[in-house]
Design a protein around this ligand. Structure first.
Ligand code: NCD
Length: 309
């Protein structure tokens, strides 16, 4: 039995078999994205609401494209410029938008646990597009998709996640997803940016790049200064000196990833970003097909060939 409920709130909602099923389906949707007419009629007549309470470029645009390529009607609401500015609460906003009878609500919020709350306020399927420092499950899925394509399988791959682990929902979801797919994960960053209990997620932790050579994949995280109320690093210059991933610090053959947006010259050097080792563009491209697959799994949930027949 594979595990996938009505919502996608956390990578913990998925076992390995359901991750594989979503990624297999994403492969077939990626083929649709390569066609001139990038549309299939599987969600025709159904409505998807994208509700973004935090800045986003990649996640919001790819969810919107994913829903459109499945022929759904899409309503995208950003907190800025909506009635949230007039003081409307998240609950009232969700209940208002639920009056349109959406099949799914995609929610990004600065608050950990917000997606779980939304799931209790609407009959729609809820997809967590990032809730504060908690989780970002579709980012993890697109990262596994990108790596599976490059490596064939994540079994026994050694993945280092380097940077601001403390404020990163991507780190949390990716540690869970990478280990579930058979990889070993080490997180690395300054002691102030590594959560004390992080090993409980199934990874190792280190505060130096000394053994970076062992990594097959170096996954770099952004310094999330918008979530820092205190000073977590002495200065950006010192951070860069100790932890910036440069071409010189990478060994040939290591793959480089970053969820974006990148602070060029802080966590990653410009030449590393633009090098052939970087999969950053492939990660963004994977976002559309993987989000199509997630919408499909939650809203249709029958084999695509059967649906097409
Ligand atoms: C990430 C996020 O918003 O959590 N970006 C993304 O979704 N592509 C990571 C980040 O903001 O650093």
């Amino acid at each position: 039995m594979t595990k996938l409920g009505r919502h996608l709130l956390s990578i913990d909602d998925l076992d390995r078999a359901s991750i594989e099923r979503i990624l297999d389906r994403a492969e077939s949707f990626d083929e649709v994205s390569g066609r001139e007419i990038k549309k299939v009629p599987v969600l025709r007549g159904r409505t998807i609401v994208n509700l973004f309470y935090e800045s986003s470029t990649r996640t919001s645009s790819s969810f919107e494209l994913a829903a459109k390529r499945l022929s759904a009607d899409v309503v995208s609401v950003r907190s800025q410029g909506s009635s949230v500015d007039k003081g409307e609460s998240l609950k009232d906003t969700v209940q208002t938008l639920s009056a349109y009878d959406p099949a799914a609500i995609v929610i990004r919020s600065p608050h950990a646990g917000a997606a779980g709350l939304v799931a209790g306020w609407t009959p729609a399927a809820v997809i967590n597009a990032g809730d504060g420092k908690h989780e970002h499950p579709t980012q993890a899925l697109l990262d596994v998709f990108t790596l599976r394509r490059r490596l064939g399988s994540l079994d026994d791959a050694c993945i280092w996640i380097v940077g601001d682990v403390l404020h990163s929902r991507v780190a949390r979801s990716n540690i869970l997803a990478f280990t579930r797919m058979g990889a070993t994960v080490t997180v690395c960053g300054p002691p102030t940016l590594i959560p004390r209990d992080i090993e409980a997620l199934g990874c190792e932790a280190t505060t130096t790049l000394d053994c970076l050579e062992e990594a097959d994949v170096v996954y770099v995280l952004r310094l999330q200064q918008e979530r820092m109320r205190d000073s977590f690093v002495p200065s950006l210059r010192e951070y860069a000196a100790r932890y910036q991933i440069t071409s010189a610090r990478l060994r040939p053959g290591q793959l480089l990833m970053h969820p974006g947006p990148v602070n060029r010259g802080v966590e990653l050097s410009g030449e590393a970003i633009d090098s052939a080792q970087a999969l950053i563009g492939a990660q963004v491209r994977a976002g559309v097909a993987v989000r199509m697959a997630v919408l499909y799994e939650l809203l249709v949930g029958v084999p695509i060939l059967a649906a097409a027949a």
